[in-house]
Design a binder for this molecule. Sequence first.
Ligand code: COA
Ligand code: AMP
Length: 639
Amino acid sequence: MTSYKDVYTSWKSAPEAFWAEAAKAIDWVKPADAVFDPDQGVYGRWFAGAECNTAYNCLDRHVEAGRGEQNALIYDSPITGAQKTYTYSELLEEVATFAAALQSRGINKGDRVVIYMPMIPQAAIAMLACARIGAIHSVVFGGFAPHELATRIDDATPKAMICASCGIEPNRIIPYKPLVDEAINLSHHKPDTCIVFQREQVTANLDHDRDADWMDLMQDMSARGERADCVAVAATDPLYVLYTSGTTGKPKGVVRDTGGHMVALKWSMENVYGVKPGEVFWAASDVGWVVGHSYIVYASLLLGCTTVMFEGKPVGTPDAGVFWRMIDEHKISVLFTAPTALRAIKKEDPQGSLLKDYDISSLRTLFLAGERADPDTIQWSEKLLDIPVIDHWWQTETGWTIAGNPMGIEHLPVKYGSSTVPMPGYEIHILDEGGHEVPRGDLGAICVKLPLPPGCLPTLWKNDDRFRDSYLANFPGYYETADAGYMDEDGYLHIMARTDDIINVAGHRLSTGGMEEVLSAHPAVAECAVVSVADSLKGQVPVGFIILKAGVDEPSEQIEAECVKLVREHIGAVASLRKVMTVGRLPKTRSGKILRATIRKIADGEDWAMPATVDDPKIFNEIEGVMKYHKVGAMPPTE
Ligand code: COA
Ligand code: AMP
């Protein structure tokens, strides 16, 4: 089979046979009773009855097969100057020892472990150690504030926390332990254990009974020769829970199962990314996001590649040539990053002159995801790098590509602005509000016919009802992606916008609803709205509008600044809410719904029509005036 069409058709005509074949690439402790069991779970479960272990498939099997001396993980930290490489044998040793340390602290199969780490190898070691003993990890992005961490602790109810003493941003060092302690103070659930990896930049105080030092535990385990064996879990058991923004301040706990995840990821490495075992694959993301889970840690190791952990930024660590230095130095074959990273490089070095210092001939393909890849950025990268630049579309919920250009099968012609075609496993339908298919080329809600393929979320953590309500209720028989778009005559998919209040800021998924909850908690704020405006670097950035309560004495500028601070403290700097504006009133429908989409269109200078239901049309002029005053809108450059 050589064409995408053949592969997609073969899946569609016999989905179970297709995934049964893909499952042969995984080592199972016990084979599945059924490739797909429609009677289990909310919409069915993949590989029901099978038993397996993800860490075994990522590490042990490669060592047993003679890959022990190959590099498994390269850590490169331009922010600290550190570099370290682990072979498969070395990584296995670290993981098995740390897994024993977890067991020594009473952590076992099914227990949750929250990991709050920067981009250091110990983050991957902690994740794989959990997988080894069947514990369920939940990694929280280091840019989130204690309140966000506390929300996740309360939902996941972990037995243990694992953190580093600090994260390092270009402009500051962030001590993590005080943030973790504050989160545990805020949360109702209290973990028994907190394991801290001390970095040389900051030494954390281990002053609670629950605290333990990573290195002490490791030395203790090594001295006693303790290494944990792989624990077999059901293919349908969760490997991890990853929280992602929903429409409220309460994030959704996306559950990833064990068996289907391995099958899908391994298939994707060879077929979507066109990589081979032994090659160096770099996903320039963060382990706190889904791309980091899937492609920094699991998929690369499942296939026997060398993965790369990069602790730095595309610009400023030290310059816009760092990506090219990484490719040259580590002989990277495939790079996967967010368009925003390339926009940052383009802004600093528009001619790509820093590239001249490096040999990037090892690089075969550049993949982009996480937000819409604007044609400008793709074309600039194609011209500079002279390799295929591939946009592909996926979500935290799916864990791997929904639509892409399957480079391992066939390099389909690129259409700028399209993330190409649906991958096997995904039957895409574009539906109108009534659930009817719209004609090709028409905009609609992008839905996936159930069942979702292996690797996608079977449910939300301990919340089947929220899973049904959020994803399955509006279009019975389908998974609602909450992305709107269209499919063209050639079957290419164009992702245009979210249908909910999720925004994408520098490739980070955030909820404007969550930010509104924070603003409305300010005692002087009567009402508020947060909308996204287009940004030339970050794609989108949020801006806030507040109406002050009657009788508030403080100057509005002071309250605006306090609101910005509040979002930073509650959600984190990563929210990038830098502008809050006081207005007299907000445009609403007669039924009281704030017309956020129209505000956004005005801000972005897009064509907009006066909503028929608007309460008072004059309010839009007022809002426009306020935005002009604050210099917000029509794509301002990031400060
Ligand atoms: N821990 C703590 N703080 C963090 C953080 C982390 N892990 N990541 C980001 N932040 C902070 C930043 O320091 C910044 O703080 P500041 O307001 O005090 O300056 C704030 O959050 C916003 O960060 P960010 O959105 O990353 O903006 P930036 O200006 O620092 O960098 C880019 C801009 C484009 C270079 C950067 O966002 C980037 O590399 N994006 C790619 C994202 C990506 O790979 N996403 C994964 C999807 S595939
Ligand atoms: P996340 O869950 O953080 O991966 O964010 C998922 C959302 O990011 C999707 O629902 C889309 O809105 C957006 N997204 C991701 N990749 C793309 C892409 N290639 N094109 C357009 N939007 C994308």
